[in-house]
Design a binder for this molecule. Sequence first.
Ligand code: PMP
Ligand code: GLN
Length: 383
Amino acid sequence: MKDTALRIAGFKDSIFGVISRLARENNAVNLGQGFPDFDGPDWLKDIAYKKMQEGHNQYAPFSGTPYLRQEVSNYYKKFYGLNYNPESEITITVGATEAIYLVINALINPGDEVIVLEPFYDSYVASIKMAGGIPVPVTMHAPDFTIDQKELEAAVSPRTKLLILNNPHNPTGKVWTKEELTAVSLVAIKNDLYLLSDEVYEFLVFDGLKHLPTAALEGMMERTITISSAGKTFGLTGWKIGWICANQKISNACRLVHQYVTFAVSTPMQEAVAEGLKQLPSYLPGFVTLYKNKRDYFYQELRSLGFEFSIPKGTYFMMVPISKHTNLNDVDYSMKLIQENKVATVPPSAFYLKSTEGEKYLRFCFAKKDETLKQAAINLNSL
Ligand code: PMP
Ligand code: GLN
């Protein structure tokens, strides 16, 4: 038989799937893959059922249902003062993962370079490679995961077209400061780059911080493509409803790709998410408190086990340094924890192309029931 396509040569099973499988096989508590092990809100599930009963069951318009696009537009206006035209500047996708694929394939020609800040969410590099682009990594240096401005500027070449930024940041839990975001944005402006801002954890920020979209920075609205997803905000990662907010030219290009990848997204789930977005002001305080309590509890547990690190300000991940506990690298130590302590975590070296800094950390996901977190802490106690 002939070979499969070159564009996927070197692709492996994603680290999330691998760790979830190993967790099952070893009967380990799974703090690896990022998803809640508890259900999303009943009121929103009831609305989804109602939407099906009401007959929202045929193909949606390919750009998304008018109701959801309007509600996405409304919340960007209400929370951030940003104006996106629901007709021409908002596109609904199958989760943020499809959004990433569309943006990259809409913008990148073979040979174009894309700057990715590592550690990165794994689908960025895969989508860049499928488009024939070249990922150019710039490392966010531990322990605060900061960018060295000189390294960022040196990574730009005449072939650079796009820079990808994730805020709040998976896997580190970092929430970028306005100064840091501005420094990266200035590089984009100076070099006429597009900036893809992955903001799927926009509502998971703690300690009184408020999310700042990159598009809200001076001079960034036109060149920023913002993506987000309902999966994290409503704790319903399996619903896979995401969106792209971008100017009309980029939105049109993304829609051209979208119509041949998925064409349209599940109609009743879009209609339900629209209702969910309407309820954000009353829903969010309880949602943030729920995750903050989980973060605080598990952080204390890890600290009492001797792990030393700063508490994450956003997302539902902790990037935990392991060197005080082991000489093993992240992959070997995570295997040991799965097999011997029965706790599964993600080895972050999978999120790096250049630096080996990830080998000294493990990523823990705390979006888990209290009893799951408690059990993990008990299992880790024998470290
Ligand atoms: N971006 C980041 C940073 C993520 O962590 C994830 C997945 N958890 C996604 C994008 C993909 O989101 P979705 O599940 O909506 O496709
Ligand atoms: N984004 C989730 C994580 O970081 C996993 C999503 C996936 O499995 N593709 O764990």
